[in-house]
Structure formats: structure tokens, C-alpha cells
Design a protein around this ligand. Sequence first.
Ligand code: ZN
Length: 242
Amino acid sequence: MQVAIVSDIHGNRQAFEAVLDDIDAEDVAERWCLGDLVGYGADPDACVELALARCDLVLAGNHDLAVTGALSVEEFSPGAAAAAKWTQKNIEARNLEALRALPPQSLDREVGLFHASPRDPIWEYVLSTLQAELCLDAQEHRVCLVGHSHVALAFTRRGEGVAGSACPDGSRADLTVGEWILNPGSVGQPRDGDPRAAWLLLDLETWTATWRRVDYDIPGAQAAIRAAGLPEALADRLEYGQ
Ligand code: ZN
């Protein structure tokens, strides 16, 4: 079975639609979303509705939980806090209710699924081999998927020592041996220097992961952010992938 993994959509409808179209060109049985449907971008309703309609599993991320009020925005950067407050005021009540029902992790599939990390599904950024090692020690599944950092990455341990690698467009990983933590990168706000929308194609029969990037209407997403009165920096960063 092939599965498409998406994460960190962040209210970027243009990016999410482009990724869903790209996924449709593949023979994919299911779509799993690792959370942060909203926050930063100007189209929270469209992104929540698309995720619920098109994805077979949807997790909640820290931004979703901040918008529902389950998490305080005190630990957020000023731009992220402003976006969370804007989203609270502008999202449809039914979509807010839908966000409230989402869990931050799922443990009942062949792979472990977390918004942030196996140790802390809501907040921990897994960006170093040290953190990855602690997460690999904690995880129940041999292969886990995380989002949250907006950086396409793979960490693996075969015997001693953990290796980490960036995963640009077209990267493939053979998951047949070893323990793994994979990050697909972000659909709606990439932070690894490639502004294109990111997703991951996971083959659970051959145990292969392929990282994908898709061009999307960045000026359209930026115009929506500016028209909404959200912080200018949230529009600017989209064209740099930072
Ligand atoms: Zn995020």
C-alpha cells in the first residue's frame, strides 16, 4: 500500500491544492496528515475542509491546538501568536469544532504518526541526531513520521549511532532495515530553503520513502496573507522557503 504523508499546511490553500493534485497522479491508497492545518496562512477554513474531505487520518498540531484554545499562545513567536489570534476570529465555528476533535498522535497504524515527536507529540522539534536518538529510544514503532519543524529530514539507526540527512526533492530512503524518523517537510510554509510545497510518498510494501516537492501559486498565497492583514513577514517568507 502506498500512502501520501502531508504536514504543516498552515492555511495555505494554494500549496495544499497543488500537493493534493500531485498526490492524485500517484497510486495512493490513503492520505495521512500530521497536523498544523491552520496558523500563518489566510485560508484556514479551506484547509480544514480539504484535509477532512481528502485525508484518511488527520492529526492536530500545536497551531491547531492554539486556535482551539487547548494550548496557550504564550510560547509562540509574535508572528505565530498574531496568526493564531487572527485564525480564532476568522475560522468558521464548525471547523473550529472539527479541530477540537483531532488527536496529536496515532499509534494504531504500521508506522507511528506524531505531529512533533514520539516523545512529545505537540512541541518537540526533532532536528538533531541527539534528539532523534532519544526519540528512537522512546518510539514503539520501527518507523515513525513527524512534522512540526517544516524541514524534510530522515534520521536512522542501524546498530550503533544515529545518522541524519536532509531530504531534497526526489530523495529516497530504503526503510527495510533499521529504525527511522521521517519528516515530509511542510506543505504550506517550508523552512528548508526550497519554497516549493513538500510531501512524502511512503510505500508500506517495499518500505520505501520518496520526498516530493511541488510548485504552487506562491504570489496567490502571499496576496491572501496581505489582504487578510496578517503580518507581512508571513507572506515574505513563503518565497524564500524560510
Ligand atoms: Zn507547523
